[in-house]
Design a binder for this molecule. Structure first.
Ligand SMILES: [Zn+2]
Length: 160
């Protein structure tokens, strides 16, 4: 059994006259005859991918905004009336300047975490320090400088 196009023998066990064209030749022929259809399909696929990516970005943007808003609300709740907003601004500004000077990301860290199962730090100048992003990310909200060793959630339960 020979392919009508390339003449190579294919599927010798098949019924004679059944496979007139071999699979590779058929594929090549199909691609040539349907170039427009294939192109249109590819364009559609690309368009769909762009649409999906766009949606993903928008969703993520919304998520980032929501997180930012949540953090802001937490800061507001943790800000005492006596907090010095000018000093706080200076600390944030200093972090920005360090970033520019050294080309490393600096963040303002709450020494005692704002949100933690154990403690609630304040958003005030005395509880702020500037650290590199690396240090800040390595820190968890379960540790602070003068914490007792081996605290568990139980330590904070009110006795009956
Ligand atoms: Zn062939």
């Amino acid at each position: 059994m020979h392919c009508n196009i390339c003449g190579n023998q294919r599927n010798p066990g098949k019924r004679p006259g059944f496979y007139l064209i071999c699979r590779p030749c058929y594929n090549r022929k199909y691609r040539l005859e349907n170039a427009d259809k294939i192109k249109e399909y590819r364009l559609k696929t690309v368009a769909r991918k762009i649409e999906i990516d766009k949606l993903y970005r928008e969703n993520n943007k919304a998520k980032r905004r929501a997180n930012k808003a949540k953090r802001k609300a937490q800061k507001l709740r943790a800000t005492p009336k006596w907090a010095n907003q000018v000093k706080i601004s200076i600390i944030y500004e200093a972090a920005r300047k360090l970033e520019q000077a050294f080309g490393v990301q600096y963040q303002v860290d709450h020494i005692i975490p704002l949100v933690s199962p154990f403690v609630s730090g304040l958003h005030c100048e005395a509880n702020l320090r500037i650290v590199t992003r690396e240090v800040n990310c390595a820190k968890s909200n379960l540790y602070w400088p003068d914490m007792q060793e081996n605290l568990t959630l139980k330590d904070f339960e009110i006795a009956e």
